[in-house]
Design a protein around this ligand. Structure first.
Ligand SMILES: Nc1nc2c(c(=O)[nH]1)N[C@H]1C(S)=C(S)[C@@H](COP(=O)(O)OP(=O)(O)OC[C@H]3O[C@@H](n4cnc5c(=O)[nH]c(N)nc54)[C@H](O)[C@@H]3O)O[C@H]1N2
Ligand SMILES: Nc1nc2c(c(=O)[nH]1)N[C@H]1C(S)=C(S)[C@@H](COP(=O)(O)OP(=O)(O)OC[C@H]3O[C@@H](n4cnc5c(=O)[nH]c(N)nc54)[C@H](O)[C@@H]3O)O[C@H]1N2
Ligand SMILES: [Mo]
Length: 729
């Protein structure tokens, strides 16, 4: 109890000023006395924006134009009636004094002055015109969150003539996506609900929250399914698993190759599926002999007997067994071998016929939304120039996707002068990309940087112009789709309350800038018209969608193989396309790029990951979420107890993490729950924008220690290829 009191007090001391400000802005007492009791309660469905990834359906309860509370919309697949801590926390951002309240322009002395929208649009357009005239449209980039509104910036950039639009994907999931695209022709989902044996490799849906997956996992467990978590860390998901395999980080590929070895050598695979629906099995069978569990145990630290047992058990449940498709932690963008690791996950599932089967992986159905051109609106052509970051280009990053690109290449391209101007929309690369010093140097080198955000993020604070977007509860977005289930759903983010400040939604911002650069004909529509058109082919009215918040659109997924969108139409165990690019066409063992120094007891691999109370950098400033972190002592570096003892570190000690790039101080959590070769740092801290007072200066970020890498297949960030020294202060 005592500890809790102290942490709460010290927390309030840190956020003191902000707490007072929040209270006066809320005017909560005034509101409670004057309008709370008599006000009509409206319940408006919309989507939660507390994380970029999920867009859960919620009901917002509004009294007298004030948000009272939110609840999960029980009809949405993504969350089925629940809301996670970040969702509840994020609505507080609406009333935060840190919100941007009007457009801002950087002055010569580095401060910001408020300007009108008209001035902002005019000046940005003039500068954009000059830059395009001198350096061409491809010198302009746009970085954004991948989400429902994403089509609008592509339209804007294509109209300008630039292919350089990218998402945060290169720091998140591009290795995984490219691997599943190569193997299956698309990214499948997991049917954990029906599965009897679930292996999860480096994914933690309970901490890196996806509410639907948490529900599916507990349902499967209740029905007697076996859950195996392969993770160097005893994660929140490992807590509910039957078995936790503490793997040496960066070596999942060895574990999976050995699984393939047992499945093939012992003939445990689905012969019929392999014969009819895959290519290259024989080539894999020839090579896989080199990877028995006896070999793998030396590489990945999982005992050979365990690998044999798991492979046999897992295969015995086929096709109602699956290896989870993963996301970020294990092989999204972590290691040099992440692409081949994700390929191996896809191949194990395919050999057992766990693909397009109940209880296995399956391809979600995507409804075809209507388009603006159907109402005669002109569509700009896709520019023919290649992407400046090299994604999707043979000889550079051939398997990279056009829409994700390589966001962390921007600083380099800005320093070399290839990029001159850019827009950052709903993203914060100065905090979420590797090596902030280099990101800052790169972005500062741009002639024009415009950030569209709701707060003064680290990236906004580098920008020439900062444009405030209305908060998600204050605006309408493009109609969205939810695919992560056996039938697709349409959903929508719609306005719940009027904007509090002088802010605009994205479409109005694009309209404003497009006038001055002569591309306004591409934005001659309202959001309402866009949404009507998106819905038109699906036979759903905007009115119904607004009322329900979510509407199912068929057809339902049915079991059974469908031709893959791969060159052969089959599951490509062997990929000719990869061999044409001089990339291993079969998964073969590949060491991680870096390894800790075995002779130095202070040397560790630095891992990072999600905690339930934070989304990347974007929620750190929310007082109530940061308070939960402090209340539960969440900001600690996990270190293996034996390793700690060896270097004189006790549980709760303060330590310095250091390498050639960065230095940071943090408290240690000694635990048996982490592989001895690594330390693990939660990833929601390290805010250095001084405007974000509740989070400023609290804890380091893994990015402070991470060099700028590009893997050779998709150019992803390799965010776990980082070695640090840890010492007691
Ligand atoms: N609370 C919360 N939830 C989120 C988000 C958030 O910011 N906060 N963000 C959303 C987004 S964008 C994403 S991408 C997902 C991420 O979701 P996840 O990928 O599940 O999250 P992570 O915490 O990055 O990593 C998962 C696990 O991988 C483990 N891991 C690290 N290295 C290795 C390795 O080499 N091998 C293996 N086997 N395991 C390893 C980590 O210990 C961690 O437990 O979460 C989504 N949900
Ligand atoms: N430090 C750190 N770095 C990371 C990660 C991490 O957890 N921590 N995770 C990695 C992963 S998995 C991912 S996916 C990426 C994510 O990388 P980013 O997309 O850069 O991460 P966020 O912190 O979510 O940044 C979102 C930005 O959008 C702003 N924003 C929020 N809502 C709105 C809105 O409605 N409109 C507008 N215009 N802006 C809005 C937020 O204020 C914030 O500045 O980062 C990767 N790198
Ligand atoms: Mo992510």
């Amino acid at each position: 109890m005592q500890r809790d009191k102290i942490s709460r007090r010290s927390f309030l001391k840190r956020v003191g000023g902000a707490t007072v400000a929040i209270n006066s802005l809320f005017g909560f007492n005034w509101w409670r006395k004057n309008s709370y009791k008599s006000a009509e309660i409206k319940r408006i469905p919309t989507q939660c924006h507390g994380c970029g990834a999920n867009r859960c359906g919620i009901y917002v309860y509004v009294k007298d134009n004030r948000i009272w509370k939110i609840e999960g919309n029980p009809k949405t697949h993504n969350n089925g009636g629940s809301v996670c801590p970040r969702g509840h926390g994020y609505i507080h951002e609406m009333y935060s004094p840190a919100r941007l309240k009007q457009p801002l322009k950087r002055t010569d002395n580095g401060t910001y002055e408020p300007i009108t929208w008209e001035q902002a649009f005019k000046e940005i357009a003039v500068q954009l015109n000059l830059i395009i005239m001198e350096h061409g449209p491809q010198s302009v980039f746009w970085l954004q969150y991948p989400m429902a509104n994403a089509a609008l910036p592509f339209r804007f950039m294509h109209a300008l003539g630039s292919p350089n639009t990218c998402s945060h994907g290169s720091t998140c999931y591009t290795a995984r996506n490219a691997a599943f695209n190569t193997t299956y022709g698309g990214l499948p989902d997991n049917d954990m609900w029906e599965s009897r044996y679930i292996i999860i490799v480096g994914r933690n849906p309970v901490g890196g929250i996806k509410l639907s997956q948490m529900k599916e996992l507990s349902h499967a467990k209740d029905k007697g399914a076996r859950i195996v978590v392969v993770d160097p860390r005893h994660s929140e998901t490992a807590v509910i698993a039957n078995e936790w395999l503490s793997i040496k980080p960066g070596t999942d590929l060895a574990f999976l190759l050995a699984m393939l070895n047992v499945i093939i050598e012992e003939g445990l695979y689905d012969q019929e599926f392999v014969n009819n629906h895959t290519v290259g099995f024989d080539k894999l069978a020839d090579e896989i002999i080199s990877y028995p569990p006896e070999w793998a145990e030396r590489v990945c630290d999982i005992p050979r007997d365990t690998i044999y047992r798991i492979a046999r058990e897992f295969a015995s449940y086929r096709p109602k067994s699956l290896i989870h498709r993963g996301y970020h932690g294990g092989y999204g963008s972590g290691y040099l071998n992440s692409f081949q690791t994700a390929r191996s996950v896809a191949i194990v599932n395919a050999l057992l016929g766990n693909y397009e089967r109940k209880g296995g992986l399956y391809m979600q159905l995507r409804p075809e939304l209507g388009e603006l051109k159907e109402a005669g609106h002109p569509s700009p052509d896709i520019p023919k120039v290649p992407k400046a970051d090299g994604s999707g280009i043979p000889g550079r990053y051939p398997a990279g996707s056009y829409s994700d690109g390589i966001s962390h290449a921007i600083p380099e391209l800005a320093i070399s002068g290839v990029l001159k101007a850019g827009f950052v929309y709903h993203s914060n690369p100065a905090r979420t990309n590797p090596n902030p010093k280099r990101v800052i140097a790169g972005y500062r080198n741009l002639q024009l940087l415009v950030t569209i955000d709701c707060v003064m993020s680290e990236t906004a604070a580098l920008s020439h112009y900062v444009l405030p977007e209305s908060f998600f509860l204050e605006r309408d977005d493009s109609v969205d789709t939810v695919h992560s289930a056996k039938v697709a759903q349409l959903t929508i983010t719609q306005q719940v309350v009027p904007p509090m400040h002088n802010t605009k939604p994205l479409l109005d911002i694009l309209k404003g800038i497009s006038k001055g650069v002569g591309i306004e004909k591409y934005f001659n529509f309202t959001n309402e018209e866009l949404n009507h058109l998106r819905l038109k082919p699906l036979g759903v009215t905007l009115e119904t969608l607004r009322k329900e918040g979510v509407v199912e659109v068929g057809p339902h997924w049915v079991e059974g193989f469908k031709p893959c969108k791969t060159p052969s139409g089959k599951v490509e165990i062997y990929s000719k396309r990869l061999s044409g690019w001089s990339i291993d066409p079969l998964p073969r063992w590949q060491e991680p790029l870096l390894s800790p120094d075995k002779n130095d007891p202070h040397s560790f691999r630095l891992l990072h990951g999600k905690q339930s109370v934070a989304t990347h950098s974007m929620t750190a400033n929310i007082a109530i979420l940061m308070q939960l972190s402090i209340r539960y002592n969440l900001l600690r570096l996990w270190m293996n107890s034996r390793r700690g003892q060896r270097i004189g570190i006790k549980d709760g000690d303060m330590v310095v993490i250091e390498n050639e790039l960065g230095k940071g101080v943090v408290k240690v959590r000694l635990t048996e729950g982490i592989h001895p070769s690594a330390v693990w740092l939660p990833s929601g801290y390290g805010i250095f924008s001084q405007a974000l007072k509740n989070a400023y200066g609290i804890g380091p970020s893994f990015n402070d220690f991470l060099n700028t890498h590009f893997d050779p297949v998709v150019g992803h960030v390799m965010s776990s290829e980082v070695i640090v020294k840890v010492k007691k202060i």
